[in-house]
Design a protein around this ligand. Structure first.
Ligand SMILES: C[S@@+](CC[C@H](N)C(=O)[O-])C[C@H]1O[C@@H](n2cnc3c(N)ncnc32)[C@H](O)[C@@H]1O
Length: 299
C-alpha cells in the first residue's frame, strides 16, 4: 500500500469505543472512503463480523476494496449513497452504523476532482463523477441572486452578494484557481485566518452533491433500523451538517433513544497535530435501547 493515498481515519479510537465494536455482529460504514474506519471495525469484529460499506465515489470504493480484500466475504460493498441504506439493509438490523461525512483527503488532493482551490483543476466537486452536474454548471449558469443565496446558505458566507456579483462578471469560469482568485478579490481581507475562498467552495460542494438533502430524515430512519442496543455514529465537518445531526439526535433522544455524546467528541490536540482534517470533526453517537421495543417505539 506504499503508493496508496494517505487518509488517516478521524477519531478512530473514539468511534470504535462508542460504536462498541465487538467480535461478530453486523456493521455498516455508509461512507467507506479509503476504508480506514472499516478496516478497524473488521479487525475488531473478527472472526466473523460482517460489514456493509458504501460510497458514492467509485474511485474510493475501488481503493477500499483492495485495502480490505483480506477480509473476504465478511465485507460487502455497494456503489451507493448512504441515503439508500434503509432500502439496502433489507431485513438486516445492524449493531453499528458509521457515517464519516464529507470528502476524503484523496478526493481533496486530486486536482482533477475540483474540490481544492490550492491546485488547478476543473470546477467539478462531484463525489460521484458518474452522475449529476459539476459545480461549474452552478457557477456559470445561476443568476447573481441565486448564486449569492447558495453561497450564503451553504457557506454561511456573509460576503455572498459581493462574491456572487464578482463571479457573474468574471464568467465563464472553468478552473478552480481562477474561481478562487475571483472570490478572494471580491471578499477582501481574510477572516479568522482561513482562505477567503473556503466558504464559497464549501457552499458549491454542498449544493453540487445535495449533501444536506434528507440528512435528518435518513438519520432518523437509520436509527430505527438498528438492532436493539445498536449504535449510530456520525462525524460532521461543518456546522450546517453538525446542526442537523445534533437536532435529529436530540429529537430521537426525547423518544427513547439514548444520546451517548451529550457534547460532540472532538479530536485531541495530538490528533489535530497529526491530522489537520481532524480539527473540525465532531462525533455524535446515538443508541437504540433494548427496552424501547418493549415500550412500543415503532421499529
Ligand atoms: C471522510 S471520507 C470517509 C473516510 C473513511 N471513514 C476512512 O476512514 O477512510 C468520506 C467519504 O464518504 C463519501 N460520501 C460522502 N457523502 C456520501 C453519501 N451521501 N453517500 C455515500 N458516500 C458518501 C465520500 O465519497 C468519501 O469517500
Amino acid at each position: 500500500m506504499e503508493d496508496a493515498p494517505r487518509h488517516l481515519p478521524v477519531l478512530l479510537a473514539e468511534v470504535l469505543e462508542l460504536l462498541a465494536v465487538k467480535p461478530g455482529g453486523s456493521w455498516v460504514d455508509g461512507t467507506l472512503g479509503l476504508g480506514g474506519h472499516a478496516e478497524a471495525v473488521l479487525e475488531r469484529s473478527s472472526p466473523d463480523g460482517r460489514l456493509l460499506g458504501l460510497d458514492r465515489d467509485p474511485a474510493a470504493l475501488a481503493l477500499a476494496r483492495t485495502r480490505l480484500a483480506r477480509f473476504g466475504d465478511r465485507l460487502r460493498t455497494e456503489h451507493a449513497d448512504f441515503r439508500a441504506l434503509p432500502e439496502l439493509l433489507k431485513h438486516d438490523a445492524p449493531d453499528g452504523i458509521l457515517l464519516d461525512l464529507g470528502v476524503s483527503s484523496m478526493q481533496l488532493d486530486d486536482p482533477t476532482r475540483g474540490f481544492s482551490f490550492r491546485a488547478d483543476g476543473p470546477i467539478d466537486m462531484r463525489l460521484d463523477p458518474t452522475r449529476g452536474e459539476p459545480a461549474s454548471e452552478l457557477v456559470n449558469r445561476l443568476n447573481e441572486f441565486d448564486l449569492a443565496d447558495l453561497i450564503y446558505r451553504f457557506g454561511e458566507e456573509h460576503r455572498s452578494r459581493r462574491i456572487a456579483r464578482a463571479i457573474v462578471s468574471a464568467r465563464p469560469l472553468n478552473s478552480t484557481t481562477a474561481l478562487a482568485e475571483v472570490v478572494r478579490r471580491a471578499a477582501g481581507r481574510p477572516r479568522r485566518g482561513i482562505d477567503n475562498a473556503t466558504l464559497t467552495f464549501q457552499a458549491l460542494r454542498i449544493a453540487t452533491n445535495g449533501e444536506l438533502d434528507e440528512l435528518g430524515a435518513t438519520l432518523e430512519q437509520l436509527a430505527h433500523r438498528l438492532a436493539p442496543g445498536g449504535r449510530l455514529a456520525v462525524i460532521a465537518f461543518h456546522s450546517l451538517e453538525d446542526r442537523v445531526v445534533k437536532h435529529t439526535f436530540r429529537a430521537l433522544a426525547a423518544r427513547g433513544f439514548s444520546l451517548l455524546t451529550r457534547k460532540p467528541v472532538v479530536a485531541s490536540a495530538e490528533e489535530e497535530r497529526a491530522n489537520p482534517r481532524a480539527r473540525s470533526a465532531k462525533l455524535r453517537v446515538l443508541r437504540r435501547d433494548p427496552a424501547m421495543d418493549a415500550l412500543g417505539e415503532a421499529a
